[in-house]
Design a protein around this ligand. Structure first.
Ligand code: SF4
Ligand code: SF4
Length: 427
């Protein structure tokens, strides 16, 4: 037997030692680092002829912390990764019915343009989904996105309704969500969302009024905070889950606790949660990079939030049993704009040179726009990720960052993973 290459061991505050296996997600606690090392040393010593494996070794093996000498764990992980990447069973589409937006956020990476999805493109999109259902898709996942998708609720209503019908006929499953700025919600729109079973919504509030309004103003310069907060009550009793995202930077991070109180005040009538997100410098035209938090500053911020019990969502949701970092790596996952252009990554929408193909001309494929996400391989011999014990959580990180910035900022560090283990398993 040998220790798993995916064991991550750290010393806890009380001197004990926790070992987390990032592949099996099992955690074992030892009295001390010495006890951990000695237990593994003994467990890895081959039993004398006629002896059976001791109970401790058997338990470690069962939890994936010890593995058979001949097992190549990297190959097993690679197998799961590729299986997820090229599965026909799920279809994941992020759809922008328009690239137009009624906000003018300084950090926005999208090139705004007017117009919305024509009925020709809507029909071609529904046909595309039907084709994927015929090819074996069992789980269809739609996210309405933009621009601001609620500028064109009729497109959302029509397309979701038709796709839902096709999914029902194929006896498959449909999940629908929406990313909206939250300013255009009305009782009629909320009823439309309910009717279409769009049962989870992401809305951004970048702090309290002053900070939010500076970051997310209406196009005419007016503040949007009060309107959005008042609109949140429209979700009371609807069963639609609202996830409020706060993009955190150096200047607004102090607002997080107050915003948490605003969100708490809407419960339990509204099913709502708040989570922070690190704003990253992904747009070369963005001149605000001096306010962005570094990775270690963000970790310190999360630590403070955890200490004050201000984190609703599990900020390491990636550690769920996903076998990839981001859906952009999956063959059957695209972002679609209002013109029927398909892209791999959310941050590429609207950039003509990165269109993989268009719905009306599917034979003309830009393979280089696809393979930079789908063929990138963290298991390559020369990849630093190959030797990283966080690989089963991370799978090599954001390919956009890697491609455009020449490297990935690691999303998983000993500090963040040990904090995750402590809060998720050991409290
Ligand atoms: S990006 Fe960083 S944390 Fe992720 S697998 Fe690679 S080395 Fe590990
Ligand atoms: S590749 Fe990176 S930037 Fe693009 S959608 Fe995935 S995580 Fe986001």
């Amino acid at each position: 037997m040998k220790p798993s290459v995916f064991n991550f061991a750290y010393e806890r505050k009380d001197g004990s030692c926790a070992v987390f296996n990032t592949f099996s997600r099992a955690v074992v606690v030892f009295d001390s680092m010495e006890q951990y090392r000695e237990t593994f040393r003994q467990a890895c010593t081959a039993p004398a002829p006629g002896e059976t494996v001791c109970g401790e070794a058997a338990a470690l093996q069962e939890n994936g912390l010890l593995v058979a000498d001949e097992l190549d764990e990297l190959d097993v992980l690679k197998y799961f990764h590729y299986k997820a990447k090229f599965s026909n069973e799920s279809l994941i589409l992020t759809i922008a019915p328009t690239m137009q937006c009624n906000f003018a956020c300084p950090y926005c990476y999208e090139k705004a343009r007017t117009g919305h999805m024509s009925t020709e493109i809507q029909d071609a999109l529904v046909d595309y989904v039907c084709e994927k259902l015929e090819q074996g898709a069992r789980d269809v996942d739609l996210t309405w996105y933009g621009g601001e998708p609620l500028l064109y609720p009729d497109v959302i209503d029509r397309v979701t309704g038709r796709i839902a019908g096709a999914v029902r006929t194929a006896n498959a499953k449909l999940g629908c969500t929406m990313v909206t700025n939250g300013s255009l919600l009305t009782p009629d729109i909320v009823a439309m969302l309910q009717r279409n079973e769009i049962n989870s919504i992401q809305i951004t509030l970048d702090g309290m009024a002053e900070n939010h309004n500076a970051r997310r103003p209406f196009r005419n310069g007016g503040g949007s905070f009060d309107r959005i907060v008042s609109n949140l009550s429209l979700f009371a009793g609807t069963g639609i889950r609202v996830n409020v995202r706060m993009n955190v930077d150096r200047k607004n991070k102090g607002d997080y606790a107050a915003l948490r109180e605003v969100v708490d005040g809407l419960r339990p009538q509204v099913e709502i949660s708040l989570y922070p997100a690190l704003v990253e410098h992904l747009n070369a035209d963005d001149l605000r990079s001096d306010v962005y938090l570094s990775g270690s500053e963000y970790e310190a911020f999360l630590r403070d939030c955890r200490g004050a019990e201000h984190l609703d969502a599990d900020e390491m949701a990636l550690a769920n049993n996903r076998r990839y970092f981001c859906t952009a790596e999956l063959d059957n996952c695209f972002v679609v704009d209002e013109l029927g252009n398909f892209y791999k990554c959310w941050d590429e929408i609207g950039r003509p040179e990165l269109v993989c193909f268009n719905l009306l001309d599917r034979e003309r494929v830009n393979y280089s726009a696809i393979v930079r996400y789908v063929a990138d391989d963290p298991f390559r011999e020369d990849s630093r990720c190959r030797n990283c014990c966080f690989l089963p959580l991370c799978f090599g990180g954001c390919r956009y960052q890697k491609y455009y910035f020449g490297g990935v900022k690691c999303s998983f560090t000993p500090e963040s993973v040990s904090a995750f283990v402590e809060s998720k398993y050991l409290t």
